[in-house]
Ligand binder design. Sequence first.
Ligand code: AMP
Length: 149
Amino acid sequence: MIETIRQLLNKKGNQVWAISPDATVYQALELMADKDIGAVLVMEGDKLVGIFSERDYARRCILRNRKSKETLVKDLMTTNVVTIEPSATIDDAMELMTRYRIRHLPVVENGKVVGVISIGDVVKAVIENQEHLISHLEGYITGDHGVTT
Ligand code: AMP
């Protein structure tokens, strides 16, 4: 069972894709396309200064007739970043994502970014947990407790 964000990261990995606030929006989009991700962290060295997602591009760039090659990430990013700690649970992550209507959460431990989880990672963990529980219950019903491990 995956219960904590730390367990999820151990499975998923600690890869963090980040970009400088002075990069252009176009460069951020290139990074997102290249890595097949929906948001990038905006970092100045080790410091998390914002987050930029596809939604920011759609709403703050295209809809406002801004040119992605002439607009900087720092002008469109969200600076008030909601983060989560590794000791938090999958339920905590779902609660934050639902409450703030966000699909990405940087994982921060002692002030340092140690990973990122997306809503896709959370859904995957929940499904895996349900499958685990079902197989546990099936084993319980049939008396074959060996399948629970
Ligand atoms: P998303 O659902 O992740 O595509 O993001 C939707 C909006 O919320 C965008 O404006 C993002 O910049 C912003 N956003 C995404 N993740 C976070 C986060 N962890 N903290 C604060 N804002 C976020």
